[in-house]
Design a protein around this ligand. Structure first.
Ligand SMILES: *Cc1c(COP(=O)(O)O)cnc(C)c1O
Length: 405
């Protein structure tokens, strides 16, 4: 018999975020384990054949097969739904599985999709290369000016895909504005909320219909597991997402779900500290004059600062830097770093730095990269949990070695 410890929504939804992160979704077996159990099982057995029939019929509650639902994944999903303020959540093997599932579940041949132009490389690839193969038209919008959205919608627009702040340019999208236009056109709005995390920004409360995450980033936050999550209303989940999800199998492994559940317990502590470190680094580094341009949504000199701060409670953990001297100087700077790792992940406890044009956005055609501002001299810094002064010293010494100061 399960003990009801943290799954009654009428109680858990009233808890504050920190309590939800630690206790939300907790489901104890009869052993009374303190920490969540890992149900590493593909299937489930039934006492009687009648029970199996009833579960498949939907008249008996319970598990049938881990592609459809698994108890450890369900604990992760319940916790995610609580902190996002969503009715329903489903976990996926990766962030890209979440993006692909959400899009493919909505669109059909002959539909049109509107997307912000600045996107994570693989998100852009799905929209630009994969969906058109199935007869779906895409319009990309420069999201920095709301007027650009006004003319983007058509009668057959079925979905909008936006990422805000975007990877790696940090372009911000006005979620409320775009959602209003989308709903007038009868389209569903999907927000990739990876950079903001559920802590800083709540797209559903701003009018979006579906939120997707790469749990690989701040949610695991310690560089161990890939994962993703789709969050939405019960209606959209049951009627649109689940028929696709159930039959195509983008699921997260119970092992990864267990790691993610443990990670969520500390997410607020980690993300808050990472954002505070990033804000301190952005201010100090801007004053060194080592970089041609420094982009950080939390700084007043960021072009979309007001909108970013209207939608987010902090500026995030990622800083974009433009280095004079293109790829050669950028590589010199990266290679001279002693603490910060050259790595294309973000949201990790370790500070990580990458050169998007040759890594995360390598698959984006050159012309598009130029339009987006992903120049050969651009680098993306994901600020971690090390002491901020050690990070500043590392960056300054590397900038000196690279001849930037
Ligand atoms: C990393 C990332 C993804 C993809 O997530 P994976 O877990 O690597 O599949 C999608 N969107 C954004 C904004 C990301 O940063």
């Amino acid at each position: 018999m399960k003990k009801d410890t943290g799954t009654r929504k009428e109680i858990t939804s009233k808890w504050r975020l920190e309590t939800q992160l630690v206790r939300g979704g907790l489901w104890r077996s009869e052993a009374g384990e303190t920490s969540e159990a890992m149900f590493m099982t593909s299937g489930f057995s039934y006492d009687k054949a009648e029970d199996a029939a009833a579960r498949f019929e939907g008249t008996q509650e319970g598990y049938t097969y881990s592609r459809l639902r698994n108890p450890t994944c369900a604990m992760f999903e319940e916790k995610m739904a609580l902190i996002e303020g969503a009715e329903a959540a489903r976990s996926t093997a990766t962030g890209m599985a979440a993006v692909q599932t959400a899009l493919m579940a909505i669109v059909a041949a002959g539909d049109h999709v509107v997307a912000s132009r600045a996107l994570f490389g693989s998100c852009r690839y799905i929209l630009e290369q994969i969906l058109p193969k199935f007869g779906i038209d895409i319009t990309f919008v420069d999201s920095r000016d709301n007027a650009n959205w006004d003319t983007a919608f058509r009668d057959n627009t079925a979905a909008v895909f936006i990422e805000t702040p975007a990877n790696p340019t940090l372009d911000v999208v006005d979620i409320a504005y775009v959602s209003k236009l989308a709903h007038q056109a009868g389209a569903l709005v999907i927000v990739d909320n990876v950079f903001a995390t559920p802590l800083l920004q709540k797209p559903l409360s701003l009018g979006a219909d579906i939120v997707v995450y790469s749990a690989t980033k701040h949610i695991d936050g310690q560089g161990r597991c890939l994962g993703g999550c789709i969050l939405t209303s019960n209606e959209i989940m049951d009627e649109i997402i689940m028929p696709f999800y159930r039959n195509t199998g983008p699921n997260m492994s119970p092992f990864n779900a267990w790691v993610m559940v443990k990670s969520l317990e500390t997410m607020a502590l980690r993300v808050n500290q990472m954002c505070d470190n990033a804000a301190a680094l952005a201010d100090t580094l801007a004053d060194t004059g080592a970089f041609e341009e420094l982009l950080y949504p939390g700084r007043k000199d960021f072009a979309q600062h007001d909108l970013a701060m209207k939608q987010m409670t902090k500026g995030g953990s990622v800083i974009a830097l433009h280095i004079k001297g293109g790829q050669e100087k950028a590589f010199k700077f990266l290679n001279a770093l002693e603490i910060i790792d050259i790595s294309n992940n973000i949201g990790d406890a370790r500070s990580l730095i990458t050169h998007p044009a040759s890594t995360t956005h390598y698959s984006v055609v050159e012309k598009t990269r130029q339009e987006l501002g992903i120049t050969d001299g651009m680098i993306r810094l994901s600020v971690g949990l090390e002491h901020k002064d050690d990070l500043i010293n590392d960056i300054v010494q590397a900038a000196k070695q690279a001849g930037l100061i």
